[in-house]
Design a protein. Structure first.
Length: 216
């Protein structure tokens, strides 16, 4: 399941992370909490854990075993619905984080936590829109935007800095995806994918500028 997500994301953006997500996967919560020296996992079902040692990055992706089991029993790549969408989004966010980190690391580009969250928010919308369009079982326009960006809550134990980062990523991703949606509706397929792939490669500053342009 996770490998299929990785392959599709890499196809969408025409990137190659140079890794297999399963080689970095941790599903044992206690072990992952032990590994995550800085913050612990709280009640999280997914977390990308990164530690820099000199010029090397030690990376692990924690996804709760219950999430993996749910996806194995009810494959969202075949039929995405209310019963499996939450597990699907958790897993997709983790895969997005890992691919984006790995791709930037290959080019020795530093990225921030905000960039990881912003790209993951965009990835969840784009991946889901394409998936549901192929399954032909969803009213795409406003329904998907509202579900992913306007109907969400934050963990009660999230600190102010972290919540602000998530809210900022959500805000910019929402407006970027809303602009992209118009291209999709207008059947501007080539423009849609070209913009996506260009956005993926922009630095954080230029991503914000690109979104700000779409708001005017």
């Amino acid at each position: 399941m996770l490998e299929k997500m990785q392959q599709r994301l890499e196809r969408i953006y025409e990137v190659h992370a140079g890794l297999n997500v399963h080689d970095f996967l941790v599903t044992d919560g206690e072990f992952a909490s032990y590994m995550d020296e800085q913050h612990g996992l709280r009640c999280s079902a997914e977390k990308l854990m990164v530690r820099q040692v000199e010029n090397n990055l030690d990376v692990s992706l924690y996804i709760k075993q219950d999430v993996i089991d749910r996806l194995d029993k009810d494959d969202p790549m075949i039929n995405l619905h209310e019963g499996n969408i939450n597990a699907y989004l958790i897993a997709l966010e983790g895969v997005s984080h890992l691919i984006y980190l790995a791709w930037n690391a290959r080019y020795e580009r530093e990225i921030s936590l905000f960039e990881l969250e912003l790209q993951a928010e965009v990835d969840k919308y784009i991946f889901t829109m394409i998936l549901l369009a192929n399954q032909k079982d969803y009213d795409l326009p406003e329904g998907l935007l509202n579900r992913l960006f306007l109907q969400h809550t934050y963990a009660s134990d999230m600190d102010i800095e972290e919540q602000n980062r998530y809210e900022r990523a959500n805000y910019y991703a929402y407006h970027y995806c809303k602009a992209l949606q118009h291209n999709c509706i207008d059947n501007q397929r080539m423009s849609f994918f070209n913009d996506l792939r260009r956005f993926y490669r922009l630095t954080s500053h230029h991503k914000i500028r690109h979104i700000a342009t779409a708001l005017h």
